[in-house]
Design a protein around this ligand. Structure first.
Ligand code: AMP
Ligand code: GLY
Length: 424
């Protein structure tokens, strides 16, 4: 069969490699893919957000199945367009993708259905937002309503910082239109856990838990990024906590979306904080996390294509979703300067050596001269190692990452350290 994967980051490379374990796939396409995916898929010069061009291509080529990985084409309604043409696609439709597309919608859903989350208020009016900040205790968190590539969240230690954040979003339009409406919420504390879950709208099957490392520098210093590394499983997420999250968060969320006429099918990402008062939702994403996927999918023992098809067909209850008992660690190799200004186009050395002992997922790479791979983005590669235990996986990921080099390469040196400390 012919399968297309939409997107071109490390997450999509990890999905591509896992899908290809199924021999039913004869041809894999990627739109747009990247320098690493080009080795396993036919990369198309179509942007992930060009949903009409993607649909036209799928119709013309009689695509059998499409996996839509990034948030923007999901929120733009690519899955709806494909369904109209009779092409099965993994991912939520536009109405369901709203759970990520609008923080105001997600917060309203949780409030209406009693799903635990940080207390909050929503503002369209700058003066009212400012007055609220001036009467609220710091720290507090200011969030732009719409999609802002994970950068529309500002943790404010003082009221003054919160005033600046509100002004930058609502007056200076720092996040464009997505900041014309803001959410101001209570600051929560506790370990963070990412749980990705497959769902067909009836059944929910969580994947192995993971932990992201969002800040650019060691010891959680520096700016927020898309994610500098991950480990799985997350030691804070005990079997007891998993049961609680299923009852208090996962099942209620699926039911709430159904009740709203927005049945969610695909991968639902729960960004959780385990607070002293219990688990609370920090954010929902309507898709696989990046770089969470790079540690979660290598631990999946069941067939990914079959699971994805079952979420479309509504047969997830009968489909096996089994994970290995081992652990995985992904270290992101980034361009120096990321998440701010950085240069690209540098040759990457050591890819083959690293790939002997680890998965080297490409995130921002492009093809250069024949046989040459160049840097092409902020996050360049994700080096993932699997092992029986977390300490072994962390050591193996760094050992492989050390074999790779390019000009101004930056990686965090402490991926997994917090998890290892928690295991002690
Ligand atoms: P998000 O883009 O929503 O994932 O937020 C980015 C990061 O900000 C999260 O991973 C948390 O570390 C932090 N964060 C968001 N909301 C809160 C909150 N209410 N309290 C504390 N930290 C938060
Ligand atoms: N790693 C966080 C995300 O994918 O949103």
């Amino acid at each position: 069969m012919k399968v297309l994967i939409v997107g071109g980051g490390g997450r999509e490379h990890a999905i591509a490699e896992k899908l290809l374990e199924n021999p039913r796939i004869e041809t894999l396409y990627a739109a747009p893919g990247n320098g690493g995916m080009a080795a396993v898929a036919t990369c198309l010069p179509i942007k992930a957000t060009d949903i009409q061009a993607i649909t036209d291509f799928c119709e013309k080529e009689k695509m059998d199945f499409v996996v839509v990985a990034p948030d923007d084409p999901l929120c733009l309604g690519l899955v709806d367009l494909l369904r109209e043409k009779g092409i099965p696609a993994f991912g939520p439709d536009k109405k369901a993708a709203m759970i990520e597309g609008s923080k105001v919608f997600a917060k309203g859903l949780m409030k209406k259905y009693g799903i635990p989350t940080a207390a909050y208020e929503v503002f369209d009016d700058y003066d009212k937002a400012l007055a609220y900040v001036q009467s609220s205790p710091a720290p507090m968190v200011v969030k732009a309503d719409g999609l802002a590539l994970g950068k529309g969240v500002i943790i404010c230690q003082t009221r003054e910082e919160a005033e600046d954040a509100v002004r930058s979003m609502m007056i200076d339009n720092r996040f464009g239109m997505s900041g014309s409406r803001v959410v101001i919420e209570e600051f929560l504390t506790g370990p963070e856990v990412s749980v990705l879950a497959f769902t067909d709208g009836k059944t929910v099957k969580p994947m192995v838990s993971s932990m992201d490392h969002k800040r650019a520098l060691d010891h959680d210093q520096g700016l927020n990024t898309g994610g500098m590394g991950t480990i799985a499983p997350n030691p804070y997420y005990t079997a007891d906590m998993a049961r609680r999250c299923m009852e208090e968060i996962f099942l209620p969320t699926i039911a709430a979306m159904n009740a709203e006429g927005r049945t969610f099918r695909g991968c639902l990402y729960f960004g959780l904080m385990l607070t002293p008062q219990g688990p609370k939702v920090i954010e929902y994403n309507c898709r696989f996390g990046d770089p969470e996927t790079q540690v979660v999918l290598p631990l999946l023992e069941s067939d990914l294509l079959t699971i994805m098809e079952s979420t479309v067909q509504g047969t997830l209850a009968q489909t096996e979703v089994k994970f290995s008992s081992g652990a995985a660690c992904c270290v992101v190799l980034a361009s120096g300067g990321y998440p701010q200004h950085y240069e690209t186009g540098y040759p990457i050395a050591g890819l083959e050596e690293a790939a002997r002992t680890a998965h080297v997922f490409h995130a921002g790479t492009k093809l250069g001269e024949p046989g040459e791979i160049l840097t092409g983005g902020g996050r360049v590669l994700g080096v993932t190692a699997r092992a029986d235990t977390l300490p072994q996986a962390v050591a193996a990921a760094y050992e492989a990452a050390e074999k790779i080099s390019f000009t101004d390469m930056h990686m965090r040196r402490d991926i997994g350290q917090r998890a290892l400390a928690a295991l002690q």
